[in-house]
Ligand binder design. Structure first.
Ligand SMILES: [Zn+2]
Length: 128
């Protein structure tokens, strides 16, 4: 095997490994324009996270719908963990991702509103 052929084989193998770790959601998602930011959606590689997500609450749901409907900072891959697949290819709006990050920064406890453990924010709000 010549050196050039060996290098090509190594590059091809690396490409197979690199692409095998990415779950492709983008192929099933339409290209389009963000109705909030009026910019074309783009294809991104984002973290693929596993596990049950907590309820998101009305404040986040409303903000998501009105302020960053195409934010995709990560994707939930479900409850069955595949340690080989840790990233996802998605369509997203970069401006939505920025707006989402800013909203989360400004609302650091939003994901705790349904936490009903003693002393948690949810229980504190439940009592007048
Ligand atoms: Zn957007």
């Amino acid at each position: 095997m010549t050196r050039r052929l060996a290098e090509a084989a190594i590059a091809a193998a690396a490409l197979v490994v690199a692409t095998a770790c990415v779950r492709d959601f983008a192929a099933d998602e339409p290209l389009g324009v963000c109705e909030v930011h009026h910019v074309p959606l783009t294809t991104l590689i984002v973290p693929l996270e596993y596990g049950l997500e907590p309820p998101i609450g009305n404040a986040f749901a409303t903000a998501f719908k009105l302020e960053f409907p195409h934010a995709r900072p990560y994707v939930n891959g479900g409850c069955v963990v595949n340690h080989w697949v840790t990233r996802a290819r998605v369509r997203a709006c970069l401006q939505c991702n920025k707006a989402h990050a800013q909203w989360v920064k400004e609302h650091p406890r939003y994901d705790q509103q349904y936490d009903v453990r003693p002393g948690a924010a949810g229980e504190a709000r439940a009592k007048p």
